[in-house]
Design a protein around this ligand. Sequence first.
Ligand SMILES: [Mg+2]
Length: 275
Amino acid sequence: MHTVKCGFAALTLSLLLSGCAPHQQAAAPETAQQKLTEQTVFAVNWMQQSGEISALSYQAFNTAETAFTQAKARPGLKKAVVVDLDETMIDNSAYAGWQIKHHQPFTDATWSKWNQAREAKALPGAVEFSHYVLEHGGRIFYVSNRAQADYTATVDNLKALGFADVSPQTVLLKPTGGSSNKVERFAAVEKQGYDIVVYVGDNLNDFSGETYHKLNTQRRDFVNRHQEEFGRKYIVLPNPSYGDWEGGMAQDYFKVNDEGKVKIREERIDAWDGK
Ligand SMILES: [Mg+2]
């Protein structure tokens, strides 16, 4: 922060408009990191304030119930459902709120601290869906990329919220030193004699390994090729605040610096020319 002196000769229209008085402090220039965080404000507003997000959540879990009920397991196998956790079964938007209020980027350390706080809330309809699956002869597997170090906190949080069938067998977090691609964990579930008939997630990677670390052109292509399965086998929750779709905007997006990310976000806007 630095002091701006508004001498008469130096008055500019912008200063007049901002109501600058002598010795009033001007805001420090926004850093690229702050800009990235600031850009999530409207998404987080929507996630915390809109009735629409609750409606979409109920819609997803009502659809998931129907899909589960109608699905038949392959002969000799038991019916299973695989669900993601973050922004699928539980709401972590307060962590995003903390990032916004304190101009903080996502880091593994602060994310873990949030996980340890056990303050995530249930998404509307999610707890009821977990019980529905159990009461109708299925098993539910919680396949998440949270870290093993946060396993106990995550299980405590899920149990406190009332989720069904929460156990070491059903909560499958990212293996230490292992891949965040979930396909190996999906295979491990099937190896136990289950047919995964429904997947619920907020990220295409919650459904398949085909989209893992892929660009959005390929991710959209996956969706087009599997269009018959959405609402039947793949149930999607909305998440406009983060996800692999962000990294899918450009090759090595997550490796470029904050200025580079801001630039990519701007370049990815399709715009009317106004004529
Ligand atoms: Mg998620």
